[in-house]
Design a protein around this ligand. Structure first.
Ligand code: CAA
Ligand code: NAD
Length: 283
């Protein structure tokens, strides 16, 4: 199957990045969110990213206009009706994703692949709410999407070889490097990464060191591009809490228990960069 039209569900930081890269690949791209304000905010970020590329001489104004011209704003899931690939990037919550996948399964054409950018939720469980579990797959992009090379590809129990190959080829066309792993809670990436971030949050909770010091120790000592606290704020503390809870439930292992400080920040609405305040202040 040749991919011509892609729909991205969610215009947050991941959905916006995926829509940008999809349009850059040359695909007609539908950018959906629950209201036009959110869709427009997502497209404004894409516009800003592309303008930065123009000012750096990496792209012309015409190329930027062509990419933006391939992005169609949407607040109707019915727009999935003529798409070949749908990539879902909404909140990390199974109940919310379940509703959307049921709708997408009803609307999207029979040949369409339904991919989820979930960070941790079992693809097999998402696939099971549809009548096409063979065409459901995990396409786990990394943040910030336009920059990071990896797409972690996760096959559900029923995902066919053909669908896996189409998604592998699509990821390469998007300029990414697909790397597969099995369908386990948190996959490979977040089983490793979130345990580190959570440990940093436990250290912060215990007063072992201030956030700046924790970050400097990991940046200067381990050559990480960002410290775990800064990275947590980039990812979103709500997303991190959801991922840890999925792994805590999935494995029943106390090593995934979220730091109480993480829960407190999320309860306070301090979600990181996206709300202007998280572990650090961005206002
Ligand atoms: N969107 C688009 N482009 C961006 C960007 C963004 N949000 N942030 C930075 N960039 C671009 C810059 O424009 C710049 O582009 P050029 O090379 O073309 O000039 C390039 O990225 C480097 O940016 P900077 O020089 O400003 O900053 P930097 O060198 O510090 O790099 C970074 C920024 C790439 C984000 C780097 O700090 C980094 O790699 N951080 C770690 C990111 C990471 O670990 N991501 C994975 C998170 S986990 C995840 O995604 C999975 C999950 O399920 C939670
Ligand atoms: P975000 O909070 O930035 O954006 C989520 C978007 O989903 C919002 O715009 C929201 O309006 C929208 N949304 C919520 N309910 C919806 C619904 N019913 N229908 C359509 N849209 C809905 O979140 P994000 O960071 O972009 O994360 C999105 C997904 O990507 C999550 O599954 C997350 O685990 C995963 N992910 C996140 C990162 C990261 O670093 N933040 C990295 C990889 C994967």
């Amino acid at each position: 199957m040749e991919i011509k039209k892609v729909m991205v569900i969610g215009a947050g930081q991941m959905g916006g990045g995926i829509a940008q890269v999809s349009a850059q690949t040359g695909w007609e791209t539908v950018q959906y969110d629950i209201n036009m304000d959110l869709v427009n905010k997502g497209i404004a970020v894409i516009d800003k990213n592309l303008s930065r590329n123009v000012s750096k001489g990496k792209m012309t104004e015409d190329e930027k206009a062509a990419i933006l011209g391939r992005i169609k704003p949407s607040i109707s899931l019915e727009d999935a009706a003529d798409c070949d690939l749908v990539i879902e990037a909404i909140v990390e919550n199974f109940a919310v994703k379940e509703k959307v996948f049921k709708e997408l399964d009803r609307i999207a054409p029979p040949h369409a692949i339904l991919a989820s950018n979930t960070s941790s939720l079992p693809i097999t469980q998402i696939a099971a709410v549809t009548n096409r579990p063979d065409k459901v797959i995990g396409m786990h992009f990394m943040n910030p999407v336009p920059v990071m090379k990896l797409v972690e590809v996760i096959r559900g129990l029923a995902t066919t070889d053909e669908v896996y190959q189409i998604v592998e080829e699509a990821s390469i066309k998007m300029g990414k490097v697909p790397v597969w792993c099995k369908d386990v809670p948190g996959f490979v990436s977040n089983r490793v990464l979130q345990v580190m971030i959570n440990e940093a949050l436990w250290e912060l909770y215990e007063g072992v060191a201030p956030a700046e010091n924790i970050d400097n120790i990991m940046k200067l000592g381990m050559n990480h591009p960002m410290g775990p606290c800064e990275l947590a704020d980039l990812i979103g503390l709500d997303t991190i809490l959801s991922i840890l809870n999925v792994m805590y439930d999935g494995y029943g292992d106390p090593k995934y228990r979220p730091s109480p400080l993480l829960k407190q920040y999320v309860n306070a609405g301090w979600l990181g960069r996206k709300t202007g305040k998280g572990i650090f202040d961005y206002k």
